[in-house]
Design a protein around this ligand. Structure first.
Ligand SMILES: Cc1ncc(COP(=O)(O)O)c(C=O)c1O
Length: 378
């Protein structure tokens, strides 16, 4: 993802955001450096509490990345060799990597075309006696409908683990936030995310006290107290510098998400009738936090539109060009082209256009106008 403002209108402009919080961030970083407490310390503890409160979860356990969050969550839920874990193929690679780290088998299911999110009917059809967990992915910042998944899981004692890496602050169908629906739930604070660190970071949320203790141990080599290791864990700590930055940014998350929604509405208006498929805005817009604004371009014109925008200084990205079931490293899973037709079609059409809270109305106008111009001519 392009995160530096090298284009006139980049996909994401982290410098523009930094300019609005510079003093506070520098003060927070200075305080950490003055204290020289660099691993789990006061900022990690405070951030864990503040993030748990924000999400509405009993616990949050800060870890080194979103991938760590998934890996530890999957392990803590007892997923192991021979188990099957159902997720989507239309996601970032880490969702599936984490399943493979546990030596479990990822079962990749179809998405619904309109929302581009996990299709509950496909999940129901994929259940076997070996199904141990389901990982819905709130892709692009839009919450998956959890009700049908809950029904499928409850009846069969299957664990739900949310991949909420892209959905900080999104509200789910029960009115609670993403990160409260599964037994354990995973967030990434990769720099470009709605809540992004200035390095690598992630978090796991849960209401389960026992699992929270286990996860706190797992993030620090499985130790219960210093140098006593009842289980084998990982080095998956969140560091103090990242936690200090995240604390500053968390205070602005709602305001930033609100601005993302405003921008989404502006795009929606300006792209109406243009010929591209704009992302659906849910009736309750709080369901979406627009981590990306991902349009679809049909008729094989996506790559040409991307080139056209690039030539005009407008940054774009394809989230994601190759579905996981067709990735070279996933060949051993035995999937073939044609196995997931909706996923494959969507992968050939998606295009994310600039989306970040500091985007101006003029920039939105320029992006929308350029898209309209291209679509009219092609
Ligand atoms: C859907 C999804 N899952 C997992 C991850 C992994 O997070 P990280 O890059 O922090 O390891 C990401 C983010 O990059 C993501 O977008």
């Amino acid at each position: 993802m392009t995160v530096v403002a090298t284009q006139e209108i980049p996909l994401v402009d982290l410098r523009a955001q930094y300019a609005t919080i510079r003093e506070e961030v520098r003060k927070a970083i200075d305080e950490v450096l003055d204290s020289m407490q660099l691993t789990i310390g006061p900022n990690v503890k405070a951030f864990d509490q503040e993030f748990a409160t924000y999400i509405g979860s009993k616990h949050a356990i800060g870890v080194g990345s979103g991938t760590d969050a998934l890996q530890l969550a999957i392990r803590a839920c007892g997923v192991s060799s021979g188990d099957e874990v159902i997720t989507v193929s239309h996601t970032f690679f880490a969702t599936v990597e984490a399943i493979l780290y546990a030596n479990a088998r990822p079962i990749l299911v179809e998405i619904e075309e309109r929302s581009m999110l996990m299709d509950p009917a496909a999940v129901a059809a994929a259940i076997t006696p070996r199904t141990k967990a389901i990982i819905p992915v709130h892709l692009y910042g839009r919450g998956v409908d959890m009700k049908p998944l809950r029904q499928i899981a409850q009846d069969r004692n299957i664990t739900i683990i949310e991949d909420a890496a892209q959905a900080h602050g999104a509200v789910l169908d029960d009115g609670k936030k993403a990160g409260t629906a599964g037994r354990v739930n995973c967030f990434s604070f990769y720099c470009s995310k709605n809540l992004g660190a200035y390095g690598e970071a992630g978090s796991i949320t849960t209401n389960d006290d026992r699992l929270a203790d286990e996860l706190r141990a797992l993030r620090e080599h499985g130790q219960s107290t210093r140098y006593y290791h009842p289980v084998i864990g990982y080095n998956a700590r969140l560091d103090e510098l990242q936690a200090a930055v995240l604390r500053v940014k968390l205070r602005r998350l709602d305001q930033w998400n609100a601005r993302r929604r405003e921008i989404a509405r502006m795009y929606d208006e300006r792209l109406r009738g243009s010929g591209v498929i704009a992302p659906e805005i849910p009736a309750d817009i709080r369901r979406h936090v627009f981590y990306t604004y991902t349009i679809r371009v049909t008729g094989g014109r996506r790559d040409d539109l991307r080139k056209y925008l690039g030539e005009r200084g407008i940054g774009t990205q394809i989230h994601y060009p190759v579905p996981i079931h067709l990735q070279q490293s996933a060949e051993f899973l035995g999937y073939r082209k044609g196995d997931l037709p909706v996923t494959e079609k969507v992968a050939g059409e998606v295009l994310s256009i600039p989306m970040f809270p500091e985007l101006t109305v003029e920039q939105v106008d320029r992006v929308a106008t350029a898209i309209r111009e291209f679509m009219k001519a092609h």
